[in-house]
Design a protein. Structure first.
Lengths: 264, 264
């Protein structure tokens, strides 16, 4: 199935997902098209959350926001339905994970707003195309993620620490990695820190808070990018009565190409 | 007064404005620092309006949004007070201009939200520094602005046509003008159209809908940028019971330098 699906159009893949004929992770599907994180919350928190994203664009790059009660992401994919077109969803009640489901039709309400946030897959593709290896892909692990001492700018009830992902980069490719990811502000953009983990509050680079540790070879520098886990943590801390996200690695596949997200 | 003020810091200029010792227009004050458009609306419209801006970043580049009821623009100038630090304000009730005032303390309410939007002064400075003349400055007029047939992406109750400003650019500098303004997505960014006014619904290039006509010389091309009048028009069309803006040309002067708004 994975093999047949891979090269189909985003719309065709979403159709297969909608019919629950594919329920797995999305990396590698529809190469060249941007994938997105999902976060659904009630309207009464939506202004504060959109403002939190606006004030913290590196960890929270907004690609699309649905109208209140609408399940259609008009910018990313006008033909899509956010309630069915992601392989797996997680349901949170009062901040606690209560269920993992294949669609969210039964949870949908007229007061819900869906946020689709940029995902690092896009800039990882650009790094690979620039000849910069991605260690966690080479080692078939999850990217290592760390809670830092960098505070996000609060907005209304939302606040919290910035979560970062780390990729070891050979010393002579670090500047190029900054340039390449700088073209993609809509998917986290340039790094937030280069080099010293302790300077941003990371005690042990081999013990990530989320994801897996990866090998850092001699001559490589740990480079840290703002991570999309940041807004998830900020939302769950206020314990909304209902929040819905994609299951990790099971993203929304939009109609926009990665290249359409580049600024230059 | 203008001469003494010109080279002071943004904070010092705001203090003078706060005490109503300067009530004039702001172009030329605090050169190198970004100035911003103000739009204040009630909280109940704030999510839709922020979403409208997010969906239409060229005409509506958000630089800062205050927390509900707060008059402090934390990102642009944490020491400022939005109610007093602009030389002149306009008060709109149900979409109609009812007053022009020197401060808005008596109009302020706990449910108001202030939006500060990027202003073309920043990219005009960059154009001038790149050796590209600005005709309406040379001719001491207001920039010519036109209502186009380009529709903004609607959001909730907000919709409308994009308003653009026009600057005639010598043919051999048009590409450079695109490059220079492309560095500033937070202040309208690259043009939305180059060349043919009719293609975007403009019938007579010598009869702007707002501002003044300027001379277009032989060998010059009219270049059109998204204009900050767009969100004002969109807001006034829904006739909010209260809305407050800066008076034209009387902007908010923040602590950010123009260069800090550049993406590369």
């Amino acid at each position: 199935m994975m093999f047949e699906l891979k090269e189909k159009s985003p719309a065709a893949i979403r159709q297969v997902i909608r019919e629950n004929r594919y329920t797995g992770p999305t990396p590698g599907l529809a190469p060249g098209y941007a994938q997105a994180n999902l976060l659904v919350i009630p309207e009464r928190m939506a202004f504060d959350f959109l403002l939190f994203c606006q004030r913290n664009p590196k960890p929270c790059p907004v690609l699309d926001v649905t109208d209140v009660g609408s399940a259609v992401p008009e910018i990313l994919a006008p033909g899509a339905d956010i309630r069915t077109d992601i392989p797996r969803y997680r349901i949170y009640k009062n901040g606690a994970l209560v269920d993992e489901v294949l669609d969210i039709k039964e949870f949908w309400r007229d007061d819900l707003v869906a946020f689709l946030l940029g995902c690092s897959f896009t800039f990882e593709t650009a790094l690979l195309e620039a000849g910069i290896g991605i260690r966690h892909i080479e080692e078939r692990r999850n990217v290592p993620m760390f809670i830092t001492n960098i505070r996000c700018r609060p907005a209304g009830k939302f606040s919290g620490a910035m979560v970062v992902s780390m990729r070891p980069i050979p010393r002579d490719q670090v500047v190029r990695a900054v340039e390449v990811t700088g073209r993609f502000p809509a998917v986290h953009g340039t790094p937030v820190h280069i080099g010293d983990p302790e300077a941003i509050g990371i005690k042990d680079i081999n013990r990530p808070d989320f994801g897996d540790a990866v090998t850092i070879k001699p001559g490589e520098v740990p480079v840290f990018w703002a991570c999309g886990v940041t807004p998830q943590v900020a939302v769950m801390e206020v314990k909304p009565e209902l929040a819905i996200s994609h299951a990790p690695g099971h993203m929304f596949i939009g109609d926009l190409r990665d290249a359409e997200l580049a600024v230059c």
